[in-house]
Write a protein that binds this ligand. Structure first.
Ligand code: PNS
Length: 168
């Protein structure tokens, strides 16, 4: 049976660290669902439609044999419900450093009770990209800096439209 992994996140925006984690997820599973979590109380930098379009562009830029194994969705409810609806047996979460570990373990433990058949796997991005955070990418953009070293080209283009100083 094909193994499906769900890689959830806010992806606001997707960074090169997320892309690293996606590539590892593709080695662990036959198909990977990129799942954009929608927080009704949080005002996002990019709308869910913009994030969906960016993720679709990033997937389209992957090598043909692997891009066919990635799909994009969004969800507004529980992560475990999204995993079950996708037929995923694995949830992939990226870990940057020890500051991520406690909260991620807490979330994984709660999700393991809600959906015991779905296992959370933690993946570290490559050392080059491990430090990247979407929060800092947004901050650099707001301050008219150049975040293009931290994000895929499809994201850099959209950040430029939001005031980032890409290559200027
Ligand atoms: O990239 P992020 O912001 O760390 O992603 C967070 C996300 C979307 C994975 C998280 O907010 C989430 O799981 N949302 C769904 C709500 C849920 O299932 N809550 C219970 C988890 S214990």
């Amino acid at each position: 049976m094909a193994r499906v992994a769900l890689f959830p996140g806010s992806f606001d925006p997707m960074t090169n660290g997320h892309v690293d984690v996606l590539r590892v997820a593709l080695e662990l599973a036959d198909t990977v669902v990129l799942a954009i979590g929608i927080h009704p109380q949080k005002a996002p930098f990019f709308s869910v439609e913009e994030r969906t379009a960016m993720l679709a562009d990033i997937v389209a830029s992957l090598e043909p044999p692997i891009r066919q194994r990635v799909s994009v969705m969004s969800f507004g409810g529980l992560l475990t419900d999204a995993a079950r609806a996708s037929g995923a047996t694995v949830i992939v979460r990226g870990i940057r450093d020890s500051s991520d570990v406690d909260s991620e373990l807490r979330m994984a433990a709660m999700n393991a009770v809600t959906a015991p058949e779905v296992h959370t796997v933690f993946v570290a991005a490559s050392p080059m990209n491990r430090h990247i955070s979407a929060t800092l990418v947004r901050q650099i953009t707001d301050m008219r800096g150049d975040p293009s070293a931290f994000v895929p080209p499809a994201v850099a283009t959209r950040l430029a439209a939001r005031g980032a100083r890409i290559g200027r």
